[in-house]
Ligand binder design. Structure first.
Ligand code: IMP
Length: 518
């Protein structure tokens, strides 16, 4: 059955009328199960676009019945056979090796990738970006961001500092060499503060192609680096084009799906800076990354998880189950594998929230697709959601609701009590004991906020078989009503009750508060 045939009246109208541009973006810290919806909407789309970020993202795609993790290629590529076009747009940063590995893997599975377009203006992640990312994290101590180590920050930093190397530069050996030489001079100065042995160890890493670019004295093998990247350019050449112009011309002519990466609260512009990624992963950022304008996108969908949240890496997370203990635990190398052994029998109703958080993480499979790290787990935070909804997608998709089945008490954070020293916020002063309903995303502020919760009874019924909103357990519907009354500026449109595409409920326009729209 086609996707639109399963939808309710209002959504079907949207999807079946004229050609449109749609964005699907996460409103939290990423990992909200976007892949399922990108995959579903890819059925509707003619063009699927990855707009920002790089191989720090990871999504699982089913290729010929086998699960594969992709980092760069839009998940719509498996629909390539139907003639859909997949674009990696100008706002993205590309580590050529990852992209070429993904293309090779797809081709070996009989997916030709002939409809893949790569922006000539996308920025190239160079080995020194990865090296600098990893060195600075290794030496950062308590200031660690917990990056994915994929060189994302240094690559975007070079671009903003006007040193960036674009994909098109890889097709022009003279230009490439001259930019590279200048950049390497600069990088050598930066590397002087590190020990050559520390550099060599990182350069020998698998992701840096086992030391191919290293001279094993703490410096680069420039010849090897230049040669390899020019070869990469040649391999990518058939896909490289001006995707900005292509997409601008297709608005109104084709159905375009803009696929978000990471999430609003990790946006360098709107997130919990500096504990963010280095791209603007808001809908505005997606538009810009694709070379489009905000008015081009008609119905931005924002994704949140059902009643819990996760965060990977360091940074404030007021509702985290187990608080600091959880942040510390999840930040340790190898914690993912360790907790699967140590906490195999953890209970989702354990009175110790640290353990309860682990149990929820295990049921929700909340381990990084890119790094395998355990995702810190906490309750749904409405002050952060209100912050996101001020400028972001307000057509809500709520995912993973089945994960909390069986949890006796579900807590929703509706506001914060500030507990720090006087905090000057522009022309306001926030004092100890003040209550705020919308988050200020400064980490100092968030680390000093105590969440105030409303507590609800959970449900025990298996909801994965339910396909109609009115058949959901009353307790679950009460929580949904509470949330959408609290946040006001958002409409609940779709609920996901399991990972499969059929485990989806389309919510009528007035259904949440009583009136059916059909
Ligand atoms: P970077 O993007 O590797 O520089 O990492 C910066 C921050 O963003 C870290 O806290 C990462 O854990 C987080 N991050 C980056 N990509 C993702 C993602 O796809 N999902 C969730 N968190 C991410």
């Amino acid at each position: 059955m086609k996707l639109t045939e399963k939808m309710n009246y209002s959504l079907r109208g949207y999807f079946s009328r004229a050609k449109r541009t749609m964005a699907v973006n996460c409103l939290q810290f990423g990992d909200t199960g976007k892949g399922k919806f990108v995959d579903m909407f890819a059925d509707w789309a003619d063009i699927i676009v990855r707009c920002t970020g790089g191989d720090n993202a990871g999504h699982t795609v089913i290729v010929n019945g086998k699960e594969k993790i992709f980092h760069l290629i839009p998940s719509g590529i498996v629909h390539d056979v139907n003639g859909k076009i997949n674009v990696i747009a100008s706002g993205a940063v590309i580590y050529p090796k990852t992209l070429i590995d993904e293309i090779n893997l797809l081709q070996s599975e009989g997916i030709p990738c002939s409809n893949l377009k790569i922006s000539l203006a996308a920025k190239v992640i160079m080995p020194y970006h990865i090296l600098l990312d990893r060195l600075s994290e290794a030496k950062a101590g308590s200031g660690k961001i917990g990056t994915t180590g994929k060189g994302i920050g240094p690559c975007y930093a070079d671009f903003v500092a006007r040193r960036g190397i674009s994909i098109n530069d890889l097709l022009n050996p003279i230009i490439f060499r001259s930019k590279l030489m200048k950049n390497l001079e600069y990088v050598s100065r930066l590397l002087k503060v590190y020990q050559p042995e520390d550099i060599d160890v990182i350069m020998a890493h698998e992701h840096l192609e086992f030391g191919q670019y290293s001279d094993y004295q703490g410096d680069f093998n420039i010849e090897a680096l230049t040669k390899k990247y020019l070869v990469y350019g040649e391999i990518l050449r058939p896909y490289v084009t001006n995707t900005d112009e292509f997409l601008q011309d297709e608005v109104g002519r084709s159905n375009i799906l803009l696929e978000g990466a990471q999430g609003y609260l990790l946006s360098v512009d709107y997130g919990t800076y500096p504990f963010v990624t280095s791209s603007d992963c808001s809908v505005q950022g997606l538009m810009k990354g694709a070379g489009l304008e905000m008015e081009d996108v008609e119905m931005p969908f924002g994704i949140i998880k059902g009643f819990y949240m996760t965060r990977v890496g360091a940074g404030p997370f007021p509702t985290e189950m187990g608080g600091e203990e959880s942040e510390r635990w999840c930040g340790q190398a190898g914690a993912g594998a360790e907790e699967k052994k140590l906490y195999a029998g953890s209970d989702i109703n354990d009175p110790n929230e640290f353990i309860q958080g682990i149990a929820i993480r295990r049921i929700g499979h909340e381990y990084g697709a890119t790094t395998g790290r355990p995702r810190r787990t906490g309750w749904l935070d409405l002050p952060l959601l209100r912050h996101a909804l001020r400028s972001e997608a307000n057509q809500i998709i709520m995912t993973k609701l089945d994960v909390l089945t069986g949890v006796k008490k579900i807590k929703i954070c509706h506001s914060y009590e500030y507990q720090g020293e006087d905090y000057v916020y522009g022309n306001k002063i926030i004092k100890k004991g003040d209550v705020l309903s919308t988050a200020i995303v400064d980490p100092y502020f968030l680390y000093n906020c105590k969440p105030i919760y409303e507590e609800f009874n959970g449900w025990d019924e298996d909801i994965r078989e339910i396909r109609r909103f009115d058949l959901l357990p009353e307790n679950l519907k009460n929580i949904l009503k509470y949330i959408f009354l609290e946040v006001e500026a958002a409409d609940l449109r779709i609920i996901s009750v399991g990972p499969g595409p059929e485990e989806t409920i389309f919510v009528g326009e007035y259904e949440l508060f009583g009136d059916e729209d059909e």
